[in-house]
Design a protein around this ligand. Structure first.
Ligand code: SAH
Ligand code: DHB
Ligand code: MG
Length: 231
């Protein structure tokens, strides 16, 4: 470590501090560890939220008193477990995943976590499932976490808005991408999707939003957090 008071200068130092914080506020947890280990063993990318961010999602679900949570982008169910554990016994989480192999790993991870009865994984393109939810006018969600293909972040945000109750919370992961969002001429579809979503927030009066940069074990990125204003 650097001497006290000196600013961290590199990714390793940010990661060290992340680990130091997590060591204090996130209890070690065999079920979460196993979820990551099995995701890794299945060849899935190590792109689950960090432990500190997972715990933030958990706290948000509790702060919101949420009973209905929607997640877009399941992967191995790591963030799913964090959020589902924050639900009351009668609570329910729906998570959308396009990749059947990812969904199968997540299903086993949720089973081991004892959360199967509270979580439904819907396999398919999120855009189709979200469209169906709108058509069917499903009961509004209290918290929505958007963390799938970034090129569609703006579309998922619109759907989340339509599917949320007044006072509900919408969180979008990966809104910084190491600062790549600053490149207004970016040809990267993922960056463009995030840029469109954030541009919408600028004038979207139906939400009250903020955004936070994150550094540490997952590199430099960020979260957008919004509350849906009463109509
Ligand atoms: N929320 C997870 C990480 C999700 S990674 C966690 O923090 O633990 C992004 C996931 O979104 C991947 O599993 C990917 O397969 C899925 N995905 C990508 N495009 C999608 C789409 N169009 N519809 C639904 N899921 C999609
Ligand atoms: C990456 C990180 C994420 O949190 C995600 O949802 C997708 C991709 C990445 O670092 O590539
Ligand atoms: Mg993410």
């Amino acid at each position: 470590m650097e001497p006290a008071g000196e600013a961290p200068r590199n990714a390793q130092e940010w990661a060290d501090i992340d680990a130091w914080l997590a060591d204090r506020v996130v209890a070690s947890d065999a079920v979460l560890d196993a979820a990551l280990a099995d995701s890794d063993a299945a060849g899935m990318p190590a792109i689950a939220v960090s432990p500190l961010a997972g715990k933030l999602l958990h706290l948000v679900v509790r702060l919101a008193g949420a009973r209905r949570v929607l997640e877009v982008g399941t992967l191995g169910g790591y963030s799913t477990i964090w959020m589902a554990r924050a639900l009351p016994p009668a609570g329910h989480l729906t998570t959308l995943e396009i990749d059947a192999a990812h969904a199968e790993v997540a299903r086993r991870n949720l089973e081991r976590a004892g959360l199967s009865s509270r979580v439904e994984i819907i396999v398919g393109p999120a855009s189709e499932t979200l469209e169906r939810f709108r058509t069917e006018a499903v009961k509004p969600f209290d918290v929505v976490f958007i963390d799938a293909d970034k090129k569609s972040s703006d579309e998922y945000f619109d759907a989340a808005l339509a599917l949320s109750r007044a006072g509900g919370v919408i969180i979008v992961d990966n809104v910084v991408r190491k600062g790549a969002v600053l490149d207004a001429a970016s040809a990267n579809a993922d960056i463009q999707g995030i840029q469109r979503m954030m541009e919408r927030i600028r004038t979207e009066r139906r939400v009250t939003a903020t955004a936070l940069q994150t550094v540490g074990s997952k590199g430099h990125d960020g979260l957008m957090i919004a509350i849906v204003n009463p109509g």
